[in-house]
Design a protein around this ligand. Structure first.
Ligand SMILES: [Fe+2]
Length: 354
């Protein structure tokens, strides 16, 4: 019988950069033509936003924030170290990386070579700046597990969940950012990431994927023409829970010890009109948090996609998979941290299900 460890964290791209750069995203959003002008008016900003910005445009807050994020990742990493899995399955969104106009599945599992490397800072031009000061040719050594990815896809299909699978990335060199960032952050102290991984991509952006190019581009370009047909949606939240449940049951009945990790922030400001695309929907996130703490799986299952998308919780479909898996196994969470912000784009949560 396999054993399963459940984990939740974020892949917030801001953390790739030194702390001082963290407030840049908020200041960039203030220049977006589609952010309503009334929300850009500092006189109307909540006190908590103003105090986060302080008198240095958010830099001091960013240093505290970066340290708090590091603690969250270290807590999740400790659970991984203690469990020492045979395989790590990562649920992450594909934001117009491999899911593009030529094919957009709901889910896709990636079976990679036993040994490979990614160069996250490579840009052919001296390397991208990063908080670790690593050079452009720095390589993170990783391992895939093609046999287990094959096993998983086959078992999902046999259960009636028609999984897409791939053995190599379609468009990008390396892994989609949801996976790359998670791995970089879970190795915050650069001890290496020794466990074989299976990336499990979810089309979290749905109707918005192509229009927004999987990010905040939609706020900077003319709105889609009136009456233009929307692209098809993301999979239903409850379906993501079913997919997560299937993954848990399949690996519980396998020879492997498996860590399953949902990686995404919660409400994303730039996806939510609730606060004018400038800060996250804390009300919506607290609803989800309360239900998570109480293991109220029904609340999560009944969460509508419309409600999630209004709140900018698109990427929480990754967490739906985790919560579906943990429901199937009857596990309760330990919440290491839940972090709200007005400046740093999204709320974050760090969880272990032993
Ligand atoms: Fe993402």
């Amino acid at each position: 019988m396999g054993e399963i460890l459940g984990l939740g964290c974020t892949h917030y791209p801001g953390l790739l950069l030194p702390d001082e750069k963290l407030p840049g995203g908020f200041h960039h959003l203030l220049t977006a033509p589609n952010v309503p002008v009334e929300y850009k008016d500092r006189a109307r900003w909540p006190d908590s936003l103003l105090s986060e910005l302080g008198n240095d445009a958010g830099v001091a807050s960013a240093r505290r924030y970066g340290a708090r994020m590091a603690d969250g990742f270290r807590a999740v990493r400790r659970s991984l170290d203690q469990f020492n899995p045979d395989i790590v399955v990562l649920w992450g969104d594909d934001q117009y990386e491999n899911f593009r106009e030529d094919i957009i599945p709901a889910f896709c599992v990636l079976g990679l070579d036993d040994d490979f490397g990614i160069e996250p800072w490579h840009n052919g031009n001296g390397g991208k700046p990063n908080r670790w000061n690593e050079s452009g040719d720095w390589t993170m050594r990783l391992r895939g597990h093609r046999a287990a990815a094959n096993f998983l896809a086959r078992a999902m299909i046999d259960r009636g969940i028609d999984m897409a699978y791939a053995y190599k990335p379609l468009h990008i060199d390396g892994l989609a950012h949801a996976f790359t960032n998670t791995l970089l952050y879970l190795d915050w102290d650069r001890r290496g990431f020794p466990w074989p991984i299976i990336p499990f991509a979810i089309n979290c952006y749905g109707s918005n994927l192509i229009h927004a190019k999987g990010g905040m581009a939609a706020l900077f370009k003319p709105p889609a023409p009136e009456g233009a047909p929307l692209d098809p949606p993301a999979p239903q939240p409850w379906r993501c829970m079913e997919a997560g449940k299937a993954v848990a049951e399949i690996f519980a009945d396998s020879p492997w010890r498996v860590a399953v990790i949902a990686s995404s922030s919660w409400s994303h400001c730039f996806l939510s009109p609730t606060n004018g695309y400038l800060w996250p929907d804390h009300v919506a996130d607290r609803e989800m948090l309360e239900a998570l703490e109480q293991s109220d799986f029904t609340f999560w299952r009944k969460r509508s996609r419309d409600r999630m998308e209004q709140a900018g919780q698109h990427e929480m479909l990754n967490w739906m998979a985790l919560v579906g898996a943990m429901e199937a196994l009857g596990k309760k969470p330990t919440i290491h941290d839940y972090v709200e912000t007005h400046v740093f784009m999204s709320d974050k949560c760090f969880v272990t299900y032993q």
